[in-house]
Design a binder for this molecule. Structure first.
Ligand code: PEP
Ligand code: MN
Length: 276
């Protein structure tokens, strides 16, 4: 028997009833990295208009190259909170070190654990000590079993509010940045009670491939998507090749809605359930 998905509520300051796992589709979108007040505000307004229910934006970036942009760090907090107030959007950002928990709690509504930190068990145990929801991305070399065990590090320490995110794995294939493992999503739906969303941005690394994979996410029964979108994709300080423009993002959601509609599913906008 297929287990019922656990519901993960996202507490937020705006009384939006935002939750993953109750059958509604939730779209998270925003830039890979927070770059400035203007960039984040424009992105937030654009993705909200396009159908996103939650804003994303990296503050602490885990870059392969130490010379690449590492994120603005705590200096960005005050304007991020302004953007949140201006747009009334819950916000998700990556935590890269357990020592950031206290600070980040003043700005995030969901902690993202990135692919490179899926195996960081001391970080996972710390996140198990609080109740703030955690989006646990799959390690790019992790088996599904290792990923589920990582999720248990959080739940067994006391925080049941875990959402999984399939973001692609490293295979022999180099045409795309990663290979998005849709099997894992079907498996997790069939065998576990965790909500699971798909990240077609990192899953493919290519802006032109995001729409078809987003449609697949809706058709597969995933609980949502996380997509990178930027007001000026070519100027993105990180992951420019996979950044959608705000117009392209709106087009993706418009098409995702057609799949959701065909399946009798609904999509969550800012705190509301939308008939699509
Ligand atoms: C990100 O979401 O910007 C990111 C770094 O993702 P991942 O950890 O999946 O590489
Ligand atoms: Mn990115």
């Amino acid at each position: 028997m297929v287990p019922a998905t656990r519901t993960v509520r996202i507490p937020n300051a705006y009384n939006h009833d935002t939750r993953f796992g109750d059958g509604n589709f939730v779209v998270i979108a925003g830039p890979c990295a927070v770059e400035s007040h203007d960039q984040l505000l424009t992105a937030a307004r654009g993705v909200a208009l396009g159908g996103a229910a939650i804003l994303r934006g990296g503050i602490h970036k885990m870059r392969t190259n130490p010379d690449s942009f590492q994120g603005l760090g705590t200096g960005a907090f005050s304007f991020i909170n302004k953007v949140k107030q201006e747009t009334k959007m819950p916000f998700i950002s990556e935590i890269t070190d357990p020592r950031q928990i206290g600070d980040l709690l003043s700005v995030v509504d969901i902690f993202q654990v990135g692919s490179r930190n899926m195996y960081n068990y001391s970080l996972l145990k710390e996140l198990g000590q609080i109740q703030t929801p955690v989006l646990l991305k799959r390690g790019f070399s992790a088996t599904v079993e290792e990923w589920l065990k990582a999720a248990e590090y959080i739940t067994k320490a006391g925080n049941p509010n875990v959402i999984l995110c399939e973001r692609g794995i490293r295979t022999f294939e180099t045409t795309t940045r990663n290979t998005l493992d849709l099997n894992s999503v079907a498996y997790i739906k069939a065998h576990t009670d965790f909500p699971i969303i798909i990240d077609p941005s990192h899953g493919t690394g290519r802006a032109e491939l995001i729409k078809p994979l987003a449609l697949a996410a809706a058709a597969l029964g995933a609980d949502g998507l996380i997509i990178e979108a930027h007001p000026e994709p070519a100027k993105s300080l990180s992951d420019a090749a996979q950044a959608l423009s705000l117009e392209q993002f709106a087009d993706v959601v418009e098409n995702v809605d057609k799949v959701l509609h065909a399946l009798g599913r609904k999509r969550l906008t800012l705190g509301k359930v939308e008939n699509v």
